[in-house]
Design a protein around this ligand. Structure first.
Ligand SMILES: Cc1cc2nc3c(=O)[nH]c(=O)nc-3n(C[C@H](O)[C@H](O)[C@H](O)COP(=O)(O)OP(=O)(O)OC[C@H]3O[C@@H](n4cnc5c(N)ncnc54)[C@H](O)[C@@H]3O)c2cc1C
Length: 344
């Protein structure tokens, strides 16, 4: 375990921002973490765990210790004839883990193909896409208490997952280092042929039919999701971004009724709790931001919700744009949009 000084994080955040951390260390095992926790630098500085850097916006250099999670390994910890519990360590690349499960014919996370980042960050905001969230397949996770080093287990209830939320993003923010996540997946053997693929969401069905898939299987659903995502979202390798910058807001029924009267075409999705979800991208687009370029940053031309770095943006520039967007949505609609991205 080594601690570096003044480390560039340019290649470690998908916005591609040129920022530095005062101290930086890679953790390859729990033992590495114990060594780190005993160091003076750990004890005297603020700390940030970093996975793939695909959901963070650094507004300035990080004046503390960045801990890059590199703990790897995937194993089956329990199974019966129909289900399997798979434990993935936090440093595994999420999409590689999805491909691994497809290869093994384990179902449940195929709709979450191609989400950037590492396994350890997946519970942070209960990653979701195409009608599936990790809470649907979550079994438990192990996390180290950042203060005491104690290894604790969290079950589904402990994590209090919500829409792009968990206890780790709120009450326990920066308090735990997630080291492994276990998922309950379905074995797609002939004995369990009743698995229901989730193809109703978005363009999955159309894409499958374009691909001429008539016999559903995990690889086909994953390929369809990958195809849709690649056609809709800018690849951070080409254009720095962190996916959706804001969460979709939910409003109370009374506010929704006022809004829909003034905006009859506003897309809306009634929620189980009685609130109505409105796509943040639509709100932002109505405020005229879609495709707008401001200096080195802007809202993407085909996805208003995605803020991008055209090459030389600073985190501060991106953040100022985000604040402007938030303000204009609030002024035009009276709706508060909240960043999904973790602002550091
Ligand atoms: C093009 C693009 C598309 C995206 N699409 C989606 C999508 O469809 N659905 C979706 O939900 N998200 C999406 N995202 C967001 C992002 O991929 C996810 O939030 C992902 O889980 C972030 O993983 P990461 O390893 O990059 O986390 P990071 O960005 O490194 O970290 C995110 C947060 O988690 C914390 N953290 C990271 N690892 C740990 C750990 N081991 N223990 C404790 N805390 C930790 C960090 O401190 C930080 O606060 C997208 C991003 C991009 C760039």
């Amino acid at each position: 375990m080594t601690i570096k000084n003044n480390k560039s994080l340019h290649d470690l955040n998908t916005f591609g921002l040129e920022v530095k951390s005062k101290y930086f260390s890679e953790v390859n095992s729990v033992e590495d973490f114990y060594e780190l926790i005993a160091s003076e630098i750990y004890q005297q500085n603020k700390k940030l765990i970093l996975g793939g850097g695909s959901n963070v916006l650094f507004i300035e250099d990080y004046e503390g210790l960045v801990i890059k999670n590199c703990i790897n390994g995937i194993s089956v910890v329990n199974e019966n004839t129909t289900e399997v519990i798979v434990k993935a360590h936090a440093g595994e690349v999420w999409h590689e883990f999805v491909l691994w499960s497809i290869e093994k014919n384990y179902a449940g996370i195929e709709n979450l193909s191609l989400i950037p980042g590492l396994v350890g960050a997946a519970p942070m905001q209960n990653i979701g896409a195409y009608g599936v969230e990790i809470k649907d397949v979550f079994h438990e996770l192990e996390a180290l208490d950042m203060e005491t080093g104690k290894l604790l287990k969290f079950n589904l209830q402990d994590c209090t997952f919500g829409y792009r939320e968990s206890v780790f993003k709120n009450k326990f923010k920066d308090k735990f280092f997630i080291v492994s996540v276990s998922f309950k997946l379905v074995k797609l053997s002939s004995a369990n042929a009743l698995y229901r693929f989730k193809t109703d969401y978005g363009d999955i069905k159309n894409t499958l039919s374009e691909m001429q898939v008539y016999d559903l299987n995990l690889k086909a659903v994953s390929d369809a999701v990958i195809k849709i995502r690649q056609s809709k979202l800018p690849d951070p390798k080409d254009l720095g971004n962190a996916g959706s910058f804001f969460k979709n807001p939910s409003v109370e029924k009374e506010q929704y009724e006022e809004l829909i009267l003034k905006n009859p075409v506003m897309p809306n999705f009634p929620q189980k709790d009685g609130t109505i979800k409105i796509p943040a991208g639509w709100l932002i687009e109505q405020c005229g931001w879609k495709g707008k370029v401001i200096g080195n940053t802007g809202s993407h031309k085909s996805q208003a919700l995605v803020l991008v770095n055209y090459g030389k943006a600073t985190g501060r520039e991106v953040w100022n744009l985000a604040l402007e967007i938030k303000k204009s949505v609030s002024e035009k609609f009276g709706v508060e949009i909240i960043p999904e991205v973790n602002v550091v």
